[in-house]
Design a protein around this ligand. Structure first.
Ligand SMILES: *[C@@H]1O[C@H](CO)[C@@H](O)[C@H](O)[C@H]1NC(C)=O
Length: 169
């Protein structure tokens, strides 16, 4: 159910990445990645179409056109790790399994213009997205709130936006 009508502007939009060529967010094994989902050895991998959910949540569904298989997942709640979590992985969880999980935060996604930010419980806005390289040169995994400024792990701060890429990845 859409309770935040103001978020209708992002209906059908894809969250895209600024900085490394405008790659789209895609889903694989409940984790969020950026880049070319066709390079992922996973028939469930697909670009994510986001719609507005309750409490400024974002609900993801597969963009069937972008998958090499027929993804069976649907209505996944986008999450970032909660501020006290030791994990940095950004991903998706089943919306129906709505048990409270202190390790993930599925609400409070705010768009400032086209830029996706997160509203903390203390009322502050953050855009702490970063990506890490994977074994594939065309795929990065999406993370939140790096503990270190040390770039030796290859991490790169990025901006998530709701506008489509201007050039193909
Ligand atoms: C980022 O992580 C630190 C712990 O490393 C935590 O204290 C802080 O609240 C987190 N910030 C956000 C916005 O989640």
């Amino acid at each position: 159910m859409l309770v935040h009508q103001s978020f209708l502007v992002i209906l059908g939009a894809r969250l895209v990445l600024g900085g490394i060529g405008g790659a789209q967010v895609f889903y694989s094994h409940d984790a969020a990645f950026i880049g070319d989902q066709m390079q992922m050895d996973d028939d469930e991998a697909a670009s994510v179409l986001f719609t507005a959910g309750p409490n400024d949540g974002l609900i993801g569904n597969p963009d069937m056109k972008t998958s090499r298989g027929f993804p069976s997942w649907s209505n996944k709640a986008f999450f970032i790790p909660a501020s006290m979590s030791s994990s940095h992985q950004v991903g998706f969880k089943s919306k129906t399994l709505d048990s409270p999980n202190p390790d993930t935060d599925t609400s409070g996604f705010i768009f400032y213009g086209a830029t996706a930010l997160h509203l903390s419980a203390d009322g502050t806005l953050h855009g702490l997205w970063y990506v890490l390289p994977t074994q594939s040169k065309k795929i990065w995994s999406l993370h939140w709130n790096a503990t270190t400024g040390d770039k030796s792990d290859g991490h790169l701060s990025v901006t998530l936006r709701s506008v489509p890429p201007t050039k193909p990845f």
